[in-house]
Design a protein around this ligand. Structure first.
Ligand SMILES: Nc1nc2c(c(=O)[nH]1)N=C([C@H](O)[C@H](O)COP(=O)(O)OP(=O)(O)OP(=O)(O)O)CN2
Length: 167
């Protein structure tokens, strides 16, 4: 067995890693929730190696990246760009969301569209994981696995995970 460095899992779950956002879940081409909001909570765990100095990497860096990502979504209504049920249209300085026979207007300052099929905790977790993975501050880290969780309320989480494929 080659001399492999020990792996360690570092978990970050801080109260301030959250974002308050509005959304509505789309259940079909004709059924959706009313617009409402959650205080979404975020947590993450990374699996990495530990150096000869007993340090994996300064996890403050991970907390900073997670906070930056949360802040980007905070205090906005989140809309999916890739839903099969929702069409987004720019008209008269507004963003119109077309759903079934409804036209839902939003001011640009209040809304953020995301490359998602639906604004669900599972889709939000997957997108946050992708953005964490591609963040330049983490690119040089020897990350072997990442798990990212998003919660829409106490006791309900979705976790998206990535693991380095061994050759
Ligand atoms: N698979 C998913 N299903 C649902 C999601 C989701 O993200 N993924 N989201 C919702 C809604 O956002 C809904 O607002 C959540 O409803 P609810 O469970 O009632 O939320 P509460 O925090 O109020 O939970 P309580 O059990 O009522 O305390 C629905 N489905």
């Amino acid at each position: 067995m080659p001399n492999q460095k020990p792996l360690i899992r570092i978990e970050i779950s801080k109260e301030y890693l959250n974002f308050s956002a509005g959304h509505f879940t789309l259940f079909s081409a004709t059924e959706r929730e009313n617009l409402h909001g959650h205080n979404f909570q975020v947590q993450a765990a990374v699996t990495t190696t530990v150096g000869a100095d007993g340090l994996a990497f300064d996890y403050v860096l991970l907390k900073r990246v997670l906070k930056t990502l949360c802040d980007q979504w905070d205090e906005r209504v989140l809309l999916p760009q890739q839903s099969p049920y929702l069409r987004l249209e720019q008209r008269d300085g507004m963003l119109l969301a077309h759903f079934a026979d409804e036209q839902i207007p939003f001011l640009h300052r209040d809304v953020l569209t995301l490359p998602l099929r639906n604004v669900t905790i599972e889709e939000l977790a997957a997108l946050l994981l992708a953005r964490l993975r591609e963040h330049p501050d983490l690119a040089s880290r020897d990350l072997r696995a990442i798990e990212l969780g998003v919660s829409s309320g106490l006791g309900q989480w979705a976790f998206s995970s990535w693991e380095q494929q061994t050759a």
